[in-house]
Design a protein around this ligand. Structure first.
Ligand SMILES: Cc1cc2nc3c(=O)[nH]c(=O)nc-3n(C[C@H](O)[C@H](O)[C@H](O)COP(=O)(O)OP(=O)(O)OC[C@H]3O[C@@H](n4cnc5c(N)ncnc54)[C@H](O)[C@@H]3O)c2cc1C
Length: 285
């Protein structure tokens, strides 16, 4: 049974921001995290501000300089967007293995980013794209690099009166490989054991950009900067890729839980980084 709660249902963003500031309530998007948590007693929120009726938050925009997802765009919206495969191949890969059809239809990208879970599947691909998030309150708007958004397990820089309104990134360079792999106990509808995304660009046989993001192997999804630094300016040989994978795994601090041991997560982080870097380099070199 769900505990009783108050629900306001604003129609516009300014109304929602006002309701949030005045009620001290919590945003409710698709509810696919919030309702199971409420039922399970992990959330006690008695006051929710629903974002479901705010059409202005549900959009996908492909401009020449920037691609923007409104926070209310659902995982299904991403999957059905004709240009997304080119704009963010790894995000498409994450959307493809995200939950089942029913959850994908309700789950929003804003909810996935804001829940702060280390296993949120859209976050590694968005981190390797170098995405920014836009946060709004009644006092104005600010843009934060997604990488600076997460402070600790389920803790973000977002204030209680702020809403995440959009996520945006610059389109990938022409010679770019952007990959994601989700390791889970089943192929579908399962929480990620280890998630890895990489983005590699190359020019004249040299790696010009290297980004590696890992999920479910630390309190937050994170970029493996030390490993990335080894790769930029280099030709990616199997030895160098192996070294980078080892360094990336060394930056992980996983826990053991019912899905996998910490040791298994470390080993799979290492092998998945090696595998995705190898595949990415084959695509761009
Ligand atoms: C059966 C099942 C399978 C699932 N499978 C996956 C999976 O494969 N991969 C995965 O990553 N997740 C999965 N999830 C988790 C969940 O579906 C996602 O995290 C989803 O994207 C959450 O979005 P939502 O719109 O439902 O958020 P909600 O549940 O409405 O909200 C989640 C949190 O974000 C906050 N929030 C939401 N929108 C905003 C906003 N715009 N601004 C500020 N705060 C906001 C809420 O207050 C709440 O704290 C699964 C869940 C279920 C029930």
């Amino acid at each position: 049974m769900l505990p009783p709660f108050e629900l306001s249902q604003p129609q516009t963003l300014p109304e929602a921001l006002k309701a949030l500031a005045e009620s001290g309530g919590q945003p409710l998007a698709g509810g696919t995290n919030l309702f199971p948590d409420l039922r399970g007693g992990r959330e006690k929120g008695a006051q929710f501000v629903s974002l479901a009726r705010i059409d202005g938050l549900r959009y996908i925009e492909h401009a020449e300089e920037r691609i923007t997802l409104g926070a209310g765009a659902t995982i299904s919206d991403i999957l059905h967007d004709q240009k997304m495969e080119k704009a963010a191949p790894a995000l498409m890969a994450a959307a493809n293995i995200f939950a089942g059809a029913m959850v994908r239809t309700a789950a929003t990208i804003g909810g996935n980013v804001c829940c702060g879970s280390p296993s949120a599947d859209t976050v590694p691909p968005l981190l390797t794209l170098g995405a920014n998030v836009t946060l709004a309150s009644t006092s104005g708007e600010r843009t934060v690099p997604l990488e600076e958004f997460y402070l600790d397990y389920k803790k973000t820089v977002m204030k209680s009166d702020e809403l995440l309104t959009a996520i945006s990134w610059t389109p990938p360079a022409p010679n770019c490989a952007h990959l994601f792999y989700k390791l889970a106990r089943r192929k579908g509808d399962a929480i990620t054991v280890t998630g890895v995304s990489v983005l590699i660009t190359a020019d004249a046989g040299e790696c010009t950009t290297a980004r590696i993001a890992l999920g479910s192997v630390a309190p937050t999804v994170f970029r493996a900067h030390e490993a990335e630094h080894l790769l930029v300016g280099q030709t990616l040989t199997p030895e160098l890729i192996e070294q980078a994978a080892k360094v990336a795994a060394g930056q992980c601090s996983p826990i053991s839980d019912i899905r996998a041991s910490a040791q298994y997560r470390l080993q799979t982080a290492h092998s998945l980084v090696r595998r995705l870097l190898t595949q990415a380099w084959q695509q761009v070199s």
